[in-house]
Design a protein around this ligand. Structure first.
Ligand code: K1U
Ligand code: ZN
Length: 172
C-alpha cells in the first residue's frame, strides 16, 4: 500500500481555501480510502483532503481511534457545514501537518455538523468534547486555517522559528 504524503507547515497549499465537491467520482472514492489509510498509519484521529494535496471539501475522522482494525469506525464527510455552536472548550491540539508541536486552543464546545457521505446520504451529528474539537480542526483545514493560527502571536512566532531551524538542519 503506497501511502499519500501529508503536507507539512509551511507548505503554502495548506493555506488555500478548498473547493466544494459537486460530484463524487472514483477519484474521490479512492482519495477517501487513501486518507483513511493515512489517518490510521500516522496515527491521527482526523485528516482533511488539503493535507494530502487535494484542495476539495472532504475530511475523514475517527475519534474512537483504535490500533486494532476491528475497532475502527471511520467517517467520511463531504462538504461539511457547522450550523450550530454552543459553549466554549479548550483542548490541547496537535496536527499531522504541524510537526512536533501541540498547543491549547479554544473552540466551540457543542456543534451541529452537516454534510454528506460518499453515497450522497446526509450526515447530521451533534458533537461534543474531542469530536467537536476535531471536526472544527478539520473544517479549518478546508478553509486554509491551521491550529497555530488560533494561538497567541508570541506562541506562533516561537513555533515558526523552531520549525525554520528544524528545516534548515534537515537540509544540512
Ligand atoms: O487534522 C489533523 O492534523 C489530525 C489531528 C486532529 C486533531 C487532533 C487533536 C485535536 C484536534 C484535532 C490529529 O489526529 S493529531 C494526532 C492525535 O491527536 C492522536 C493520534 C492518535 C491517537 C489519539 C490522538
Ligand atoms: Zn491538522
Amino acid at each position: 500500500m503506497a501511502l499519500r504524503e501529508v503536507l507539512q507547515f509551511p507548505d503554502p497549499r495548506l493555506k488555500e481555501v478548498s473547493k466544494p465537491i459537486t460530484r463524487v467520482d472514483d477519484e474521490i472514492r479512492e482519495l477517501a480510502r487513501d486518507m483513511i489509510d493515512v489517518m490510521y498509519d500516522e496515527p491521527g484521529i482526523g485528516l482533511a483532503a488539503p493535507q494530502v494535496g487535494a484542495p476539495i471539501r472532504l475530511f475523514v475522522i475517527d475519534t474512537e481511534w483504535s490500533d486494532e482494525e476491528v475497532g475502527r469506525n471511520p467517517m467520511v464527510v463531504i462538504n461539511p457545514e457547522i450550523s450550530e455552536r454552543e459553549g466554549r472548550i479548550t483542548w490541547e491540539e496537535g496536527c499531522l501537518s504541524v510537526p512536533d508541536y501541540t498547543a491549547t486552543v479554544e473552540r466551540d464546545a457543542r456543534i451541529r455538523l452537516r454534510g454528506t457521505d460518499l453515497d450522497g446520504n446526509p450526515i447530521e451529528e451533534i458533537a461534543e468534547g474531542l469530536r467537536a474539537v476535531c471536526i472544527q480542526h478539520e473544517v479549518d483545514h478546508l478553509d486554509g486555517i491551521l491550529f497555530i493560527d488560533r494561538i497567541s502571536r508570541l506562541k506562533r512566532s516561537l513555533y515558526v522559528k523552531k520549525r525554520k531551524k528544524q528545516l534548515a538542519e534537515e537540509q544540512g
